[in-house]
Write a protein that binds this ligand. Structure first.
Ligand SMILES: [Zn+2]
Length: 461
């Protein structure tokens, strides 16, 4: 009972802290660093120094690193050999601010509050500064309530996630023995919806290909030549159309997983993904929209061009070009994705289409739904929330999850504190203000329980 009361104290304190003006001020401070990763002059190191100060005040040690020219921060708190070790991860970089395109004249680098709508705005609030602050505040509450975390913690913060995480893999390879942990608990990406606690266990991979078909140099009059010359736009359209069937179901051999594991299927039963914005008659036959996003592969044409659509002339274009992207779950041979597309194009009579892969590739990786640590985390969130969380086998989008599962060899559990409508990567990035106390309470409960568990109870011993 004492243990229960102490857990409640930590959870309640976390909620209080996240509902307090101090939290809002701390979040405003983080947002005020214009950490656009695409800007070579962005104050990436200043941001890390600021975060390091905050963690140092909570009794963590901090150390800076550089890899591939990018700064990183490692924050650690070691409490004992007999305790589990949890690795955390966050990124402090953002996409560009897109100043001038935000509603109501909002400045992307200033936290602004819409009290009527109950929303807080700012670049990076959802992706990923606010999520890091939630976890930091939850740790603060646990340390205050217990006097310790109860586990060993390492938190790695990078500043280049939005440009493909340069240096992250290299750094993790270099620090592999130091980052030895039982489990990754990190927060990024969206929940299934704003106020539903959600876990996801990995991320789909992403591979993009440029397809180019050039028949000649310069357009040819469509009347004088039409009917006797190949039209690369039509030919490429046929090539692209062969990648899926007419309902969008993938047709490329080697681009499809064999099956969805039963545990994943069960976890996804009854879920409506993507905020309900789905076309039920699109995609793989026999799968639900949730299965199509979180446990299956999909191909998209991201861009497609031929001729000049703004200034059309009566001519057969000389070339056509398209960008095709595959999102994929673990379970296919991802060294051969390009070869599989090449073979498919050749088999469909499109041997003249030139294919090049565009880097960098995100590789698919995920911890299985039936891993014991997943049940542990889900039970912890259920205890705090009063209802079980949604468990997604994989985020539909991509994250550098494979660095943790493959380079460091640890199971990965993501507890996202954002939602599909947050406008990350667009103007007006925001989160509902009510999400912060709820999420911080959930994390305090989870950290509390991790601090009570033995590694064998986590299925990790
Ligand atoms: Zn992002």
């Amino acid at each position: 009972m004492l243990e229960n009361a102490a857990r409640d104290t930590a959870v309640n304190l976390a909620r209080e802290l996240a509902g307090d003006d101090g939290f809002r001020a701390a979040l405003a401070d983080l947002i005020a660093f214009p950490t656009d990763a695409s800007n070579p002059d962005a104050p990436l190191q200043d941001y890390l120094s600021h975060v390091a100060q905050g963690f140092a005040a909570m009794g963590f040690t901090t150390e800076g690193f550089r890899a591939d020219g990018h700064p990183f921060l490692l924050i650690s708190r070691i409490e004992g050999d007999d305790r589990p070790t949890i690795l955390g991860y966050a990124h402090g970089d953002t996409v560009p601010g897109m100043a001038g395109r935000w509603a109501e004249g909002r400045d992307p680098w200033v936290l602004s509050v819409d009290a009527t709508a109950g929303r807080w705005y700012g670049r990076g609030i959802a992706d990923n500064k606010g999520q890091m602050l939630v976890n930091m505040t939850a740790m603060q509450a646990v340390i205050a309530a217990r006097g310790s975390l109860g586990f060993n913690a390492h938190i790695l913060i990078e500043m280049g996630e939005e440009i493909g995480s340069p240096g992250l893999r290299k750094l993790c390879e270099k620090l592999k023995s130091r980052l030895k942990a039982d489990l990754l608990i990190a927060s990024d990406g969206p929940r299934i919806d704003a106020m539903t606690p959600t876990l996801f266990l990995g991320a789909r991979g992403g591979a993009s290909f440029r397809l180019t078909l050039r028949r000649r140099t310069g357009g040819r009059h469509s009347g004088n030549f039409g009917g006797a010359l190949k039209n690369p736009a039509l030919e490429l359209a046929h090539a692209l159309a062969s990648i899926t069937d007419v309902q969008g179901a993938l047709q490329v051999k080697g681009w499809l997983p064999e099956t969805i594991p039963d545990a994943a299927r069960n976890a996804l039963a009854g879920l409506t993904p993507a905020g309900g914005e789905v076309d039920a008659d699109w995609g793989a036959v026999g799968l639900t929209p949730a299965e199509r996003i979180h446990s299956w592969n999909s191909a998209e044409i991201l861009a497609f061009s031929a001729g000049d659509i703004a200034h059309p002339v009566n001519a057969i274009p000389d070339m056509a070009e398209a960008l095709v992207q595959l999102r994929y779950v673990p379970g296919i041979d991802d060294d051969d994705l390009g070869a599989a597309l090449r073979a498919h194009l050749d088999a469909h009579g499109h041997g003249d289409v030139i294919m090049t892969e565009l880097g960098p590739r995100f590789r698919a990786s995920a911890t299985p739904v039936d891993h014991p640590s997943v049940g542990f985390a889900a039970a912890s969130l259920a205890r705090t929330h009063g209802a079980p969380p949604v468990v997604l086998p994989s985020l539909g989008g991509s994250l550098p999850n494979d660095i943790f599962t493959e380079v460091l060899g640890i199971p990965t559990i993501w507890v996202p504190h954002s939602y599909p409508g947050c406008s990350q990567h667009a103007p007006d990035e925001h989160l509902p203000s009510a999400l912060f106390p709820q999420a911080t309470g959930l994390m305090a409960g989870l950290y509390w329980d991790l601090g009570t568990a033995s590694t064998s109870a986590l299925g990790l011993g």
